[in-house]
Design a protein. Structure first.
Length: 454
């Protein structure tokens, strides 16, 4: 056997894939290796090139384009890995009947390939064949010797059994204690450092939130989502900087094969100190789309009609937008998980008054490290550069306001059986050319939360 032929067969046997790409769990069996060795060099070269083209399209989520290439490959040499990627491409190209055919062909040759059987089960479930899907998963549970495989298969069974549920409800409550080095600085749209000296102190944050979702079922992925949240921050010994907010939102959401979107209406009421601060009605639209396996694009458009009761007697009608591409890289260990991501954001706001209108650029790398299934560390560094159209309408203020904000945050959380606890740290440095918006602060706190779901 010539060296080129030997290297080509080794490549096909190893089936290395690009870093971060989907890796086929199907090993070549003796029959596959025998088929490959029987090929002429020209046939082997053709097979290798065609396989690389098909796999490249598959990893780029171009499943419909990959299908004819996998069909041609399977007609020449139907190795298990080719059949599997052929079936997965058919499943993701919305051709479940073809996917089922290929998965069954693999299982006839090797009934112990549990991943293939679970993919077959989920494809059957997509066709509405729940009993057949559960039967396949129960086979995995009964014959698999790996506990992790059994657990995963049982989760899929539970998913199928609960698929007829239409109404979902959840409630979350959180209570904590925090130290704030600068309680004067509350929000982007409120003047900060109103007092001559920066104040520090302890506060008690309380939050409650609830979700009520109705899934319309077999209607193309539509759901009606209702959300409500209440947040209150009481500063011990200094109630002039207390903050309170109610946010109610209802939206129609759609989840397609790739595109996810939502459109809704909401209401927000805020208090600052002992006085009402603002009342807001808003309309919002959101969309997200996976450009590639690890790259997502999110966009938001929001219209607000806001009335300020403290700092302005006039209404503020604003139209804001944001476009945020992000990259996510996953690193899996035996018992560890690490997710590294970076977001770039472009956003803007057009208001009736120039001092509330701005353009914003953002960059935010973050890292999630899961030490155990119940313990994880989240950290993020974010930088924003914001240019306002107008000044703060104060004597001596520059022609237009400009802010550079650096924020560092870290959250260490642990999930107990009855509740979750987290240690939080956040540092913010808002470097502004307008003195009342120029501030620095650190917040350290501990929170306890509980979740209830229906």
């Amino acid at each position: 056997m010539c060296l080129k032929r030997f290297i080509t067969i080794c490549f096909l046997c190893l089936l290395t894939v690009p870093d971060g790409a989907f890796s086929s769990p199907i090993p070549l069996d003796d029959m596959d290796k025998k088929k490959l060795r029987s090929l002429k060099q020209s046939e082997l070269d053709f097979f290798t090139d065609k396989y690389q083209q098909a796999a490249s399209l598959y990893y780029d989520n171009a499943y419909a384009l990959a299908l004819p290439l996998f069909r041609e490959l399977a007609a020449r040499v139907d190795t298990l890995d080719v059949l599997y990627l052929y079936g997965m491409a058919a499943q993701r190209a919305n051709q479940p009947a073809l996917a089922i055919l290929k998965f069954n062909a693999i299982l006839e040759r090797n009934p112990t390939l549990h991943q293939v059987r679970m993919d077959l089960a989920m494809t059957l479930f997509q066709q509405g064949k729940k009993e057949e899907a559960i039967a396949q998963l129960e086979k995995v549970i009964s014959i698999s010797e790996e506990n992790t495989v059994k657990i995963h298969a049982q989760k899929l069974v539970n998913l199928i059994l609960g698929s007829e549920q239409r109404l979902f409800a959840s409630v979350n409550g959180s209570l904590g204690l925090q130290y704030d080095s600068n309680i004067n600085a509350i929000s982007d749209d409120l003047p900060n450092n109103l007092s001559a000296d920066r104040e520090e102190g302890f506060g008690i944050p309380l939050s409650l939130s609830g979700n009520l979702i109705y899934d319309f079922g077999e209607t193309g992925g539509f759901a009606w989502r209702n959300q409500g949240s209440y947040y209150r921050l009481d500063h011990l010994g200094s109630d002039q900087f207390d903050f309170e907010q109610i946010d109610l939102h209802t939206s129609l959401t759609h989840r397609g094969n790739k595109l996810r979107s939502a459109a809704g209406v909401g209401y927000v009421f805020r208090w600052y100190g002992q006085n009402p601060l603002s009342e807001t009605w808003y309309l919002s639209g959101d969309a997200s789309y996976p450009l590639q396996k690890n790259i997502d694009l999110k966009a938001r458009l929001k219209y607000e009609d806001e009335t300020y009761d403290v700092y302005s007697s006039q209404n503020q009608n604003t139209l804001s937008f944001s476009v945020t591409p992000s990259y996510l890289h996953e690193i899996n260990g035996q018992d560890r998980l690490m997710l590294a991501s970076i977001k770039f954001g472009i956003s803007g706001r057009e208001a009736d008054t120039d001092r509330y209108s701005y353009d914003n650029l953002k960059i935010a790398p973050s890292l999630v490290y899961r030490h155990t299934p119940k313990t994880q560390l989240y950290s993020q560094i974010s930088y924003d550069h914001r240019e306002y159209d107008g000044n703060a309408s104060l004597a001596g203020a520059p022609t237009s306001r400009s802010d550079d904000r650096l924020r560092l945050s870290a959250i260490l959380s642990h999930d107990f059986d009855m509740f979750k606890t987290s240690l939080n740290y956040a540092y913010t440095n808002n470097d502004s050319n307008t003195v009342i918006y120029d501030y620095e602060k650190s917040v350290i706190g501990i929170n306890f939360s509980m979740d209830w779901s229906l």
